[in-house]
Design a protein around this ligand. Structure first.
Ligand SMILES: [Zn+2]
Ligand SMILES: [Zn+2]
Length: 144
C-alpha cells in the first residue's frame, strides 16, 4: 500500500471528541510550547465547564497518537511538526526536539541515520520505546 507523503495530517481512525479537538487546535495554534494549565484556561473559553482531568485526558490521547509531543525540558506540549511526513508508516523513526533555554523556541528535526542508530540500539536492548522523541536543550541561533 502506498501512502502519499504530501498528505495533510490524517485524523482518520482517531476518535477526536470535542475536547480533544479543541486541545489539539489550541496547541497547534500556539507559537510556543503550552503548559497544561495554559491549555486549560484557553479550553475554558470554548468549553466553560472543562476541568483539569479533561485537559490531561485529551493530552494523553493526543500524545499517544503522535499529534502532540510532551517536551519534558519545559513540562509542556507542542504540535508534532513532522506529522505530515507519515510518522505512522515509520514506527522506528526518532525525532529530536531542540529547545532554546532562552526564548523557549522549539524545533523538531529528523535524520534517518539517527533513527537507524536509535532503532538498532533499542532493538539490541529489547527496549520498547514509546515516545520516539529525543530532547536537546541549548541556545538557538537568534539568542546566541
Ligand atoms: Zn513529531
Ligand atoms: Zn532562543
Amino acid at each position: 500500500m502506498s501512502v502519499a507523503t504530501e498528505t495533510k495530517v490524517s485524523l482518520e481512525g482517531l476518535n477526536l471528541t470535542a475536547s480533544r479537538r479543541a486541545v489539539l487546535d489550541i496547541v497547534k495554534g500556539a507559537k510556543k510550547p503550552m503548559k497544561a494549565y495554559d491549555i486549560l484556561s484557553d479550553l475554558q473559553q470554548v468549553i466553560p465547564h472543562a476541568k483539569p482531568p479533561t485537559v490531561y485526558r485529551a493530552l494523553d490521547y493526543l500524545v499517544t497518537n503522535h499529534l502532540l509531543h510532551r517536551v519534558n525540558a519545559q513540562n509542556a506540549f507542542v504540535y508534532c511538526q513532522h506529522h505530515e511526513k507519515c510518522f505512522h508508516d515509520h514506527p522506528e523513526r526518532f525525532n529530536v526536539i531542540f529547545t532554546c533555554i532562552t526564548c523557549g523556541a522549539i524545533t523538531e528535526q529528523a535524520h534517518h541515520v539517527m533513527s537507524n542508530v536509535m532503532a538498532e540500539m533499542t532493538k539490541a536492548m529489547g527496549f520498547m520505546s514509546d515516545s520516539h522523541i529525543l530532547e536537546c536543550t541549548g541556545v538557538c541561533k537568534e539568542c546566541s
